[in-house]
Ligand binder design. Structure first.
Ligand code: FE
Ligand code: CA
Length: 519
């Protein structure tokens, strides 16, 4: 690699002058005429490594060069840098080594996304990156089983909502040590709010709006050692919810009535920074304010995972958003949470699936959650409860798969719920068409407690809901051809580090027997 960034650019004196003019620049010199000519003033792999979207023959490897991660440029000059990637079957990189070079470019904040192919199915791999004389930590990852195989078991976990200010990511440290194959993250990977006083940890500055600010926020989160450990231990399958952009946004609308063209510029910046920091395939790279994030992953004949994007295409929340009795707009058949194209894509995917289990990685609760027992009812207009006709359409799609119940895995709420999905919620004569496992937050909401007043109200008002817990954690799933088990893993506290983790409750769903059983 003789042609690294400055090797045939300006001479060294000009180069150093430019460094000084840019301030905070980190590439400090070039050894002409030989490879590995880039040198960093500080260690460039401060944000760790990640892998994602496992397929039988390949997956995505991610890192970003950021020697000064909390500065807008990450401490990099606006020049391309060649990064070597390596992946092997063992931690010492001695067996089955594959490697190549990729160019880290300033327009993507020197993030790299390597789509590796030619790997063996259902196998553990180790990977790392090298730039100049610096080597990243090694990450561990795993390919998916062959499409024709029916694995005896598949273990994974799903999680969401990691507010940096509201708690430590202790649950992610535990997740890294689980005997599982991958992680599904359902959104709120960052929060966009400005710094809040009296929190265990602090955001920097005001609410983030610009590309630089989103980049710095991702860097702040990714400096967290527990988050890095969870990425380095397992491949992640990620999707976003609202806080990767702005609280409760819907399509081109934010909460504050910002003109859509102006909000779309913010959305474009937020999507760009999201792509730069996530181990997703190049097909997810945004084109302005648009990015194709919904996608399907297959795990042999055991599981088809349909990953949704419930924000980008939705119509505005009805009835002025918030929690309230439904107004007529909540029943509007033209309203959509997924958009028509994604709805059709999901219908087709569910219809054609030959997998034993279908799971839907979903953002906001699909279950009906009435907030008030008794005569009165109130619902969150930001959830599927505000999009009643669209939900009915989706429940019909689930029903078509009877008697094999689709499993919906959901984030957003910052508490745990488990429930049965019926076309007519609350009517025991209405058939169960699926099961929803709602996972709590990783840290958002702080320590929490086992039961909360509002949780008891949910259980009293919604007979389809079978479990509530208000602690932080994630859900571990063990999927076999015969049953799906979900273990609600919770930590005792997040406002200081070091909590142990325990299984608060377990539920099973049997193949061919729609319904939820307490394990
Ligand atoms: Fe959240
Ligand atoms: Ca959310």
């Amino acid at each position: 690699m003789a042609d690294l960034n400055f090797a045939r650019g300006p001479d060294r004196r000009e180069f150093l002058t430019r460094c000084a003019a840019l301030g905070g620049a980190t590439l400090v010199g070039v050894k002409r005429g030989r490879g590995r000519s880039v040198r960093f003033r500080a260690y460039p792999f401060t944000l760790g490594v990640a892998s994602g979207d496992p397929a039988p023959q390949g997956l995505v490897l991610w890192t970003r060069l950021a020697p000064e991660p909390l500065t807008p440029s990450g401490g990099m000059l606006p020049q391309n840098v060649t990064v070597r990637w390596e992946i092997a079957q063992d931690e010492r990189f001695s067996r089955g080594l594959l490697r190549g070079d990729v160019t880290a470019v300033p327009s993507l904040a020197h993030a790299v996304h390597v789509e590796v192919n030619g790997l063996q199915p259902d196998r553990e791999y180790w990977y790392r990156f090298i730039a100049g004389d610096e080597s990243s930590p090694a990450g561990r990852t795993r390919t998916a089983p062959l499409g024709t195989d029916l694995p005896e078991a598949l273990r994974f976990a799903f999680a969401s909502c990691q507010h940096y200010e509201q708690g430590f990511f202790t649950a992610l440290r535990h997740l890294a040590a689980e005997d599982i194959r991958f992680v599904v993250h359902l959104g709120d990977y960052i929060y966009e709010s400005g710094a809040t006083p009296d929190r265990p940890r602090r955001h920097e500055g005001d609410e983030i709006m610009t590309l630089d600010e989103y980049r710095q926020r991702y860097a702040l989160y990714k400096l967290d050692a527990d988050l890095q450990a969870a990425h380095a231990a397992l491949p992640w399958i990620v999707t976003w919810d609202d806080h990767e952009v702005d609280n409760n946004y819907a399509g081109d609308r934010d909460e504050n009535g910002t003109p859509p063209p102006e909000f779309l510029r913010r959305r474009a910046a937020a999507y760009q920074a999201y792509y730069e920091h996530m181990p997703v395939r190049r097909g997810a790279r945004p084109d302005g304010p648009n990015a194709r994030l919904y996608r399907r992953l297959r795990f042999g004949r055991l599981l088809d995972l349909h990953v949704l994007d419930g924000r980008q295409y939705r119509t505005d929340q009805p009835c002025g958003d918030g929690r309230k009795p439904r107004c007529a707009d909540a029943f509007d058949a033209r309203a959509t949470l997924l958009g028509r194209a994604q709805e059709a894509w999901l219908e087709q995917g569910l219809g054609q699936s030959n997998a034993r289990w279908n799971a839907i990685a979903n953002q906001v609760p699909l279950s009906q959650i009435d907030n008030e027992p008794g005569e009165n009812a109130s619902y969150s207009m930001d959830r599927w409860d505000g999009y009643v006709a669209a939900r009915s359409r989706l429940l019909q799609r689930l029903r078509a798969r009877r008697p094999n119940p689709p499993i919906v895995i959901t984030g957003d709420t910052h508490f745990s719920l488990a429930g049965e999905l019926r076309p007519e919620f609350g009517n025991p004569a209405s058939p169960v068409v699926g099961v929803e496992f709602i996972g709590t937050s990783l840290s958002s909401g702080g320590d929490g407690q086992d039961m909360a007043d509002f949780g008891q109200r949910f259980l009293d008002a919604n007979p389809d809901l079978r479990f509530f817990n208000n602690q932080r954690g994630y859900v571990r799933c063990v999927v076999t051809p015969r049953e799906w088990q979900a273990d609600y893993r919770v930590v005792d506290f997040v406002t200081r580090p070091g909590s142990p983790i325990t299984t608060r409750a377990s539920f099973t769903v049997l193949d061919g027997r729609p319904g939820l059983q307490r394990a």
